[in-house]
Design a protein around this ligand. Structure first.
Ligand code: UFG
Length: 343
């Protein structure tokens, strides 16, 4: 039962990964400062697994506290590092907060990992590193471009730091997973996305609109050069994405990984925003109130992944359709409503 430290393990992708790691026979240890997550994620994880997962309420930028976790948990075999701020708009307004937290937490973690001789790392990266790509789908060879937000830049800079570390002769082995658009929730509806305030992302906005919490969804622009004029994204079910972390850790632990490796994690299919809305309506039978609004500044018109590398080298595969992902997001929304009325 190998111990895997999961920073940000109470967050959206982190909580699903903790479940998948446990089901694959690992012993995850959660580390989270709960700045953008809630205790109920831990309850949901425990309900799914039938047991509690150890959790340290720790900030990853705090080296002293981080060392304490490594002292308390001897034998950590690898780390999956999710802990980071992730709101694109907020990062434009407060860039220093993003640089200091996202770079600081990774640097502190790397330093403490080195001290404790833990040298396997899975890093949460993003397709944002590709900017506005010239050719689609994007492969891992697609050039990395200037990021269009401080958030995106923190992902790009973290990848560069990890590459420099790999080139330095360090024995750190890193897999950076470049996520496309994670959506949906665990089929049990016990864990899912918990957006703070008004959601920025499409799917929580859709589910909150269908639930009557928001009046209507605004689709940001229908004059892009795409099939129906709305932006194209590669929406990947969060459980499929979580499983990508398990196979990445397996590859690191097997000793097969190079010093640093990058993998796209998406479905390989692009869908427009309107197609995503229609998929939600088909899956749930709910009619969504939406209107077309102006473009959102900074949006990439069209991006989707080539996932050949992850398929061949990691054995990664997606199993959920867009409808299934939408249905699971809706089930999670219903669970949230149910539990908040009971409270
Ligand atoms: N959208 C709407 N209305 C909304 C919300 C979103 O039309 O209310 C559209 C966006 O314009 C975009 C698509 O839905 O075309 C997806 O938007 P999201 O905000 O859900 O996701 P993004 O693709 O903008 O952002 C995601 C991650 C970021 C990451 C980025 C990389 O959330 O963390 O991909 O491209 F940086």
């Amino acid at each position: 039962m190998k111990k895997i430290l999961v920073t940000g393990g109470a967050g959206y992708i982190g909580s699903h990964t903790v479940v998948e790691l446990t089901e694959a026979g690992y012993t995850p240890i959660i580390l989270d400062n709960f700045s953008n997550s809630e205790e109920r994620a831990l309850e949901g994880i425990a309900a799914i697994l039938g047991k509690e997962v150890p959790c340290y309420r720790t900030d990853c930028t705090d080296a002293v506290a981080l060392r304490e976790v490594f002292e308390q948990e001897p034998g950590i075999a690898g780390v999956i590092h999710f802990a980071a701020y992730k709101a694109v708009g907020e990062s434009v307004a407060e860039p220093l907060k993003y640089y200091s937290n996202n770079l600081g937490s990774m640097l502190t973690l790397l330093q403490v990992m080195e001290e404790y001789k833990v040298n396997k790392l899975v890093f949460s990266s993003s397709c944002t590193v590709y900017g506005i790509p010239e050719k689609l789908p994007v492969t891992e060879q697609t050039p990395v471009q200037k990021a269009n937000s401080p958030y995106g830049n923190t992902k790009k800079i973290c990848e560069e730091i990890l590459t420099d570390l790999a080139d330095s002769g360090s024995n750190m082995r890193t897999i950076a997973l470049r996520y496309f658009n994670p959506i949906g929730a665990h089929p049990s509806a016990r864990i899912g996305e918990l957006p703070l305030g008004v959601p920025n992302n499409l799917v929580p906005f859709i589910t909150q609109t269908a639930a009557g919490i928001r009046q209507e969804l605004t689709i940001f622009g229908d004059d892009y050069d795409t099939a129906d004029g709305t932006c194209v994204r590669d929406y990947v079910h969060v459980v499929d994405l979580a499983k990508a972390h398990v196979v990445a850790i397996e590859r690191l632990l097997s000793g097969k990984a190079a010093n640093i490796e990058f993998f796209n994690v998406g479905t390989g299919t692009g869908n427009t925003v309107l197609e995503a809305v229609k998929a939600f309506e088909r899956a749930t039978g709910k009619k969504l109130n939406y209107k077309i609004g102006p473009r959102r500044p900074g949006d990439v018109p069209k991006i989707f992944a080539d996932v050949t590398k992850a398929t061949v080298e990691l054995g990664f595969k997606t199993t959920s359709t867009l409808e299934e992902a939408m249905q699971s997001a809706w089930d999670w929304q219903l669970h949230l409503e149910e539990t908040s009325t009971k409270a």
